[in-house]
Design a protein around this ligand. Structure first.
Ligand code: NAD
Ligand code: MG
Length: 295
């Protein structure tokens, strides 16, 4: 099966109820039941990104892993960013992509640290000889249904990981990006339909949308395009890492599709926004949300 085969989207992937499961943040893809599909067996590339050099954050698991597989199979060489605790997931991605003949350089670190963001961009320039695309997928999500117990440290961590890192990585990357280069951010349906137990996360995702729109206008005169992907519910370690077992078990049931998306179903959106085929798109957001309304 490839992403081009016709299929019924309702029954293509598992639907809730899922086995009850929880993890601590950051979760691991290899611990999930069922295992997420990142397109390992299905994504077929057509040389849309031949010669591209890119960075993917959060590339060890979930949507970031699927984006990395898609970009790599389209011809891109990549530096993969993730947290040191996620080494096992990251090595699985590297082994897959390098086994297929592309470069996939591991560079673990914490994007809530400005120096790491600078080092990550420098690593890509040094290892790949330049930079054509910055794909920012990493994000922190936690749940808390009482603002009175939402600690400043948690708010700081969410905002630094999800918002500050976009500023730091973009600032570091822009001097290396030639006209035709691209930046992709990762929003969420939470930016327009916030959940009451995810205030800090939803606010951060709203900020990402505005960041994308504002920076797109600033960088258009340099020939650099900036776009975003807004996922709905997607089966990744973010859920068992952030929500209780009950919530994970019914994850995706509210989607008109009756199931959560799988990371593999988002890869094409990232590839499209990175590649020259989207040349007149900038400041835009592609929702991949199974019919969940996105405004
Ligand atoms: P995931 O857990 O697989 O990916 C998130 C990644 O973020 C982790 O693998 C980790 O490497 C990275 N990360 C987190 N904190 C970091 C830090 N301080 N430094 C460096 N890396 C860090 O889960 P995912 O669902 O694939 O998440 C990817 C993106 O998609 C996130 O931005 C998330 O907000 C967004 N998103 C996910 C969903 C969903 O339902 N899964 C919905 C909307 C948006
Ligand atoms: Mg991970």
């Amino acid at each position: 099966m490839s992403q081009y085969d016709k299929h019924d989207p309702r029954s293509l992937y598992p639907a809730p109820p899922f086995p009850k499961q929880e993890q601590s943040l950051p979760g691991a893809a290899w611990k999930m039941d069922p295992r997420p599909d990142h397109g390992e067996q299905s994504y077929v590339g057509t040389e849309r990104l031949k010669g591209y050099r890119g960075i993917v954050t959060g590339a060890d698991s979930g949507i970031g892993r699927a984006a990395a597989i898609g970009l790599s199979r389209e011809g891109a060489d990549l530096v993969l960013s993730y947290l040191p605790d996620e080494q096992e997931d990251a090595e699985a991605v590297r082994d897959l992509l390098e086994g297929e003949g592309r470069r996939a350089v591991l560079f673990p670190g914490d994007i809530s640290d400005e120096q790491y963001c600078k080092d990550l961009v420098q690593k890509a320039v040094d290892e790949l000889g330049g930079l054509d695309t910055l794909v920012m997928v990493a994000g922190r999500m936690d749940s808390n249904d009482d603002i009175l117990t939402l600690e400043t440290a948690a708010i700081d961590s969410t905002f630094k990981t999800n918002i500050y890192s976009l500023f730091w990585l973009t600032k570091a990357a822009v001097p290396h990006l030639e006209p035709g280069s691209t930046i992709v951010t990762t929003g969420s349906t939470q930016a327009s339909s916030p959940s009451p137990d995810k205030i800090d996360y939803a606010v951060s995702k709203g900020a990402i949308k505005l960041f994308t729109q504002a920076v797109a206008q600033q960088l258009a005169p340099k020939g650099i395009r900036v776009n975003s992907v807004a996922p709905g519910p997607v089966w990744t370690p973010l859920q068992p890492g952030s929500d209780d077992a009950e919530t994970v078990s019914s994850f995706g049931e509210d989607s008109p599709m009756g199931r959560p998306g799988q990371p593999a179903e988002l890869a094409a959106a990232y590839v499209h926004l990175v590649s020259p085929e989207s040349s007149y798109q900038t400041g835009s957001t592609i929702a991949v949300a199974g019919g969940m309304p996105v405004f």
